[in-house]
Design a protein around this ligand. Structure first.
Ligand SMILES: [Zn+2]
Length: 582
């Protein structure tokens, strides 16, 4: 391809995210002569970013990623104009008109919600999108444009199961965040290899010797001291970071006296098969209260600290699993998250996959290649590329032609979405929170039922309206005014911030098996057979969905999906060689 330097220099590029992929991308764009770049990122720089987000140095910790990235790039590319903002791409000011002001949008994002949001705005603004993601040594780059090819949401994405370190350490909001923190971070820190670096080694923890057992200190005294730090003073320290709690609920510190620990362990630990049994907690399905968790925490810690280090976590090691359950629930108490039984916590164990700087660099290079094609009006030459070692030919880059728009896609093809639930139990609040926001990533939903508005979002609502919609949240769907939302009702859902409108058809189902469908609802295309076909396709391009560019913890099942993709690529190879023979 003949590169038109002037065209590259004046192309207006929006690079969303200045993290793992973002840093590499900004560097590569600047070195390729792009001079008109806008970047945004909500995050500030964390110590754990420094090993791969190379535009940042230790002195930048705590500063805006976008702004420091701009500063660093300008040093080696002073001709570039880089507009950098510390902001969330979901803010209302970044609307369709804003997106229209760019020739191409490049995503280096770390969560599915933001990716969907950008996809919807790119479709509305008719701006081509280059989407990307990496997990460990794997990655992918895909290209999307209204009408000419599939949008980012044409294939169903598996529910994301990976967690940024800062979410785990500072701002958890789900039980799984607390379980993973307990197992991967605190357990390893207290009982793992002493020489291993830990994300819990923050300045104040080291200074306080928070995780180091003092000479002559009893196991229970040590455990109580860890308790006071992890669930108490550490949380108090976080509360001072005002920025962190602007759009989140503040956590609540716990005290040893508040949870009844003071004086609870004056004698030696009772002899028992495991920590919880010493406290008479025999039912593995029961959810321990905060005081019980505190006692199990102290007992389990005191027992584990006597073992020879490193202790490797094993979910079938009773003390280890009870420690994880107790820590997870105490953190849940800090952050107002529902507690879990020992049984449930055990089911949540996972594996860690570290972010790899090289993969981010490769993916960023691939993004720029696609961006160059787009700004040279060669959309027809763009393609998907998967960074994945091919099992038979050994190549690491797998190019794939773009897919056509999926006629069943609710985002780019206006297809109707079906919600199956028990309309006599499912509330309007569930509909808004679990379905629209949680599953479909609708940022600011408004919902019409016939001619009546049952939900609106926005700063311009008056108090009466807010109260009215909140009151409706508690009602079941079938008890909503206007005859109730029942089997066959069609709701009109609209999100102005995403320029996204679709119809949601409600199907009533009386019986729900909690084991198989713990959510109590199912989302699917109108035609069940069609939606099954979509689900199959989804496994083919799974890499486009659930991956984060940041350091993540990854659960086992994602790896299995990748294997499905590998198998399919073998198919492709077979097809290709057949073609060649023909
Ligand atoms: Zn689509």
């Amino acid at each position: 391809m003949e590169i038109d330097r002037a065209r590259v220099a004046r192309a207006r590029v929006l690079a969303v995210g200045a993290g793992g992929i973002g840093c590499e991308l900004l560097k590569t764009l600047a070195l390729h002569g792009f001079e008109n770049i806008t970047t945004m990122d909500l995050d500030t720089i964390d110590v754990s970013n420094l090993n791969r987000q190379f535009l940042f140095r230790k002195r930048h910790v705590g500063m805006s990623k976008a702004e420091v990235a701009r500063e660093s790039v300008m040093k080696f590319q002073p001709r570039a104009t880089i507009d950098a903002t510390r902001a969330n791409v979901k803010e209302a000011r970044f609307d369709k008109e804003y997106f229209k002001s760019f020739d191409v949008v490049l995503n280096g994002l770390d969560n599915l919600e933001a990716r969907r949001h950008v996809n919807r705005l790119c479709l509305a603004a008719e701006v081509p999108l280059v989407e990307s993601g990496t997990t460990g040594y794997k990655g992918q780059v895909t290209v999307h444009e209204r009408r000419t090819c599939a949008c980012f949401e044409c294939t169903e994405k598996p529910t994301p199961k990976s967690y940024p370190i800062c979410t785990l350490r500072d701002t958890p909001d789900k039980p799984i965040h607390c379980v993973v923190y307990a197992k991967e971070l605190l357990f390893s820190k207290l009982f793992g290899d002493v020489n291993t670096e830990s994300d819990l080694d923050e300045q104040e923890a080291i200074e306080a010797g928070a995780f180091r057992r003092n000479e002559g200190e009893t196991g229970t005294d040590f455990a109580e001291r860890v308790f006071a730090y992890v669930f108490g003073s550490k949380i108090e320290g976080l509360l001072l970071k005002d920025d962190m709690w602007k759009s989140r609920a503040k956590p609540t510190p716990l005290t040893t006296s508040g949870v009844g620990l003071d004086g609870a362990f004056t004698e030696t630990l009772p002899d028992a098969k495991s920590a919880r049994r010493a406290h008479g907690l025999l039912d593995t399905h029961a959810v321990w209260n905060t005081s019980e968790c505190a006692k199990v925490f102290v007992s389990a810690t005191a027992r584990l600290i006597e073992r020879e280090r490193p202790v490797t976590f094993d979910k079938d090691d009773d003390d280890a699993m009870e420690f994880v359950t107790a820590v997870s629930n105490l953190r849940s108490a800090n952050y107002g998250i529902p507690a879990q039984s020992l049984f449930d916590a055990k089911g949540m164990a996972g594996n860690i996959v570290h972010a790899v700087a090289t993969t981010n660099a490769i993916v960023s290079g691939l993004i720029v290649i696609e961006a160059l094609k787009i700004i040279h009006n060669q959309m027809d030459k763009t393609r998907y590329t998967f960074v994945l070692e091919h099992p038979s030919n050994g190549r690491f880059l797998q190019p794939l032609s773009k897919e056509d728009p999926n006629p069943k896609c609710s985002v780019c093809s206006n297809a109707r979405v079906e919600l199956v639930c028990n309309t006599n139990k499912f509330t309007k609040g569930d509909l808004i929170k679990k379905v629209l926001k949680g599953r479909l990533s609708v940022h600011a939903p408004s919902v019409m039922f016939g001619s009546s508005q049952i939900h609106e979002t926005g700063d311009d609502l008056d108090e009466d309206e807010v109260e009215h919609y909140e009151a409706l949240d508690k009602r079941t769907l079938s008890a909503l005014p206007g005859g109730g939302v029942v089997n066959g009702t069609i709701l009109a859902v609209d999100d102005f911030s995403q320029e996204f409108t679709f119809e949601l058809m409600v199907t009533h189902r009386e019986e729900w098996d909690e084991e198989n469908d713990p959510d109590g609802f199912i989302i699917r295309g109108e035609d069940v057979k069609a939606s099954e076909a979509v689900a199959e396709e989804a496994t083919e391009t799974e890499a486009a969905g659930a991956k984060d560019d940041d350091e993540v913890l990854l659960m086992d099942d994602e790896i299995e999906i990748t294997d499905v993709k590998r198998a399919r690529e073998d198919d492709d190879d077979a097809k290709a060689s057949k073609k060649q023979r023909a």
